[in-house]
Design a protein around this ligand. Structure first.
Ligand code: PMP
Length: 456
């Protein structure tokens, strides 16, 4: 197609989009006033192509999910083969299909010790809803029907349904839907840069963990069902907790018999250089949610890994009155199996652990001298750059101006990155090469320069 033809088609799509399509987490009026939707039409490897034929390096792996990169013929073939053989059958009513069964065994092999059974959904939100249902059912079965409250953290993201958004700590989400629902409490996140003024990270990590203990004591341990946390908070700004945090959380949950739930929707499937971040950080969760990287986003699929204590109680507890039409969807599960095979065959986890993860973190560290950069942090192929007006006081520019200017510059110059509050975050595909990391860092640096020039 000629450039003009591409532009014409894009104009038609933008108009259809404006008239009929409501986007998630979007100010529609502003979107269309600012030139409308960017339409991505193709992708290969780590590169997206938009409807006007611009190439963009995808520093976010879609939405933290395209771990094996785009254009994988094998995944398309796995889906095609399964669709021809059996496109759908459910897992209710004493039936199942082979892919979810085989995948369940594989997931039990890969997951942290003691998590041997899986309950499937189609999204992270659904699996976190399942957490709420299953945890409450579990404590009922244990004869402790008062143990029902969930503790989570401010800035946490656990999904968009009413229960998962209640678990989450995003105040903007809460406000619009009268959330959180009763029974969901939030404490300080392990976010040293914003909450740890005057403390060293190790002491702050203990203080943030103590906030959980204090909340348990305030509510009464006999009322608290579970604590849920992303091992590294993702959408809240790639917040890497101090090393002292998780061991304390582990101790506290054990002491008060509060279930520990890891939300590994972002951090699973190699993102930080291990199958799951819990394995890297020494977390021993009672349950763990996963999605995104399980299929590299090629099809929707999620799962809740259930620890033996809970699964054993569940199997003695009669019907579990919960499930989704697409729990264990055979095509999604067939794609997940093939996706896991690719991650293993290509050694992607080792590559992130030994090579590209450290290289990305070095690249980010090289940005700390920039006048706008307050802090960089990350782990594996997760990264964040915190932008400030004043490095000493951590004062930010109003209305996230620095990160918005930086993000807009990056996208315009061929790098897809996301902005959260006044920070830049990234989560590229696990196949990213060192030269692509060089390119990412170089465009990001020019974005910081552009933002600084704009803000003066
Ligand atoms: N948990 C975490 C940690 C997430 O990052 C997300 C999505 N970004 C979710 C849950 C919700 O997943 P989904 O959008 O698939 O419902």
């Amino acid at each position: 197609m000629t450039t003009q033809a591409l532009r014409n088609t894009t104009t038609v799509w933008k108009e259809q989009d404006r008239r009929h399509h409501i986007h998630p987490f979007t100010d529609s009026k502003a979107l269309h006033a600012e030139g409308g939707t960017r339409i991505i039409t193709k992708a290969q490897g780590c590169y997206l192509t938009d409807s006007e034929d611009h190439q963009i390096l995808d520093g976010m792996a879609g939405l933290w999910c395209v771990n094996v990169g785009y254009g994988r013929q094998e995944l398309a073939e796995a889906a095609y083969k399964q669709m021809q053989e059996l496109p759908y059958y459910n897992t209710f009513f004493k039936t199942a299909t082979p892919p979810p069964i085989e995948l369940a065994e594989k997931l039990a092999e890969l997951a942290p010790e003691g998590l041997n059974r899986v309950f499937y959904g189609s999204s992270g939100s659904e699996s976190n809803d399942t957490v709420v249902r299953l945890v409450r059912h579990f404590w009922n079965l244990m004869g402790k029907p008062d143990k029902k409250v969930f503790i989570s953290r401010e800035h946490a993201y656990h999904g968009s349904t009413c229960a998962s958004a209640s678990l989450g700590g995003m105040t903007a989400m809460h406000k619009q839907a009268d959330l959180p629902l009763p029974g969901f409490e939030h404490v300080m996140p392990p976010y040293w840069y914003d909450f740890g003024a005057g403390m060293d990270p190790a002491s702050f990590g203990k203080k943030a963990a103590k906030a959980v203990e204090d909340k348990i004591l305030e509510l009464g341990a006999d009322k608290v069902a579970a604590f849920i946390g992303e091992p590294i908070m993702g959408a809240g700004g790639v917040i890497v907790p101090p090393e002292t945090y998780w061991p304390e959380i582990q101790r506290i949950c054990k002491q008060y018999d509060v279930l520990l739930i890891a939300d590994e929707v972002i951090s699973g499937f190699g993102r930080v250089g291990t199958w799951f971040a819990s394995q890297k950080l020494g977390i021993k969760p009672d349950m763990m949610t996963m999605a995104k990287g399980i299929t590299s986003g090629y099809l929707p699929l999620s799962g809740l890994m259930v620890g033996d204590r809970i699964a054993d109680a569940l199997s003695e507890g009669g019907d579990f009155n919960h499930g989704y039409t697409y729990s264990g969807h055979p095509v999604a599960c067939a794609v997940a199996l093939k996706n896991i095979e690719i991650i293993e065959r290509e050694g992607l986890i080792e590559r992130v652990r030994d090579e590209t993860g450290p290289y990305l973190q070095e690249g980010l560290a090289s940005l700390v001298d920039h006048p706008l950069v307050g802090e960089v942090r990350g782990m594996g192929l997760l990264g964040a750059v915190e932008l400030v007006k004043d490095k000493d006081t951590h004062e930010r520019y109003p209305n996230n101006q620095a990160s918005i200017a930086c993000r807009d510059h990056c996208i315009k110059n061929g790098l897809m990155l996301r902005q959260v509050r006044d920070g830049m975050i990234m989560s590229p595909p696990l196949i990213l090469t060192k030269s692509e990391i060089d390119k990412l860092i170089s465009i990001l640096r020019s974005g910081l320069d552009a933002a600084k020039a704009k803000l003066g």
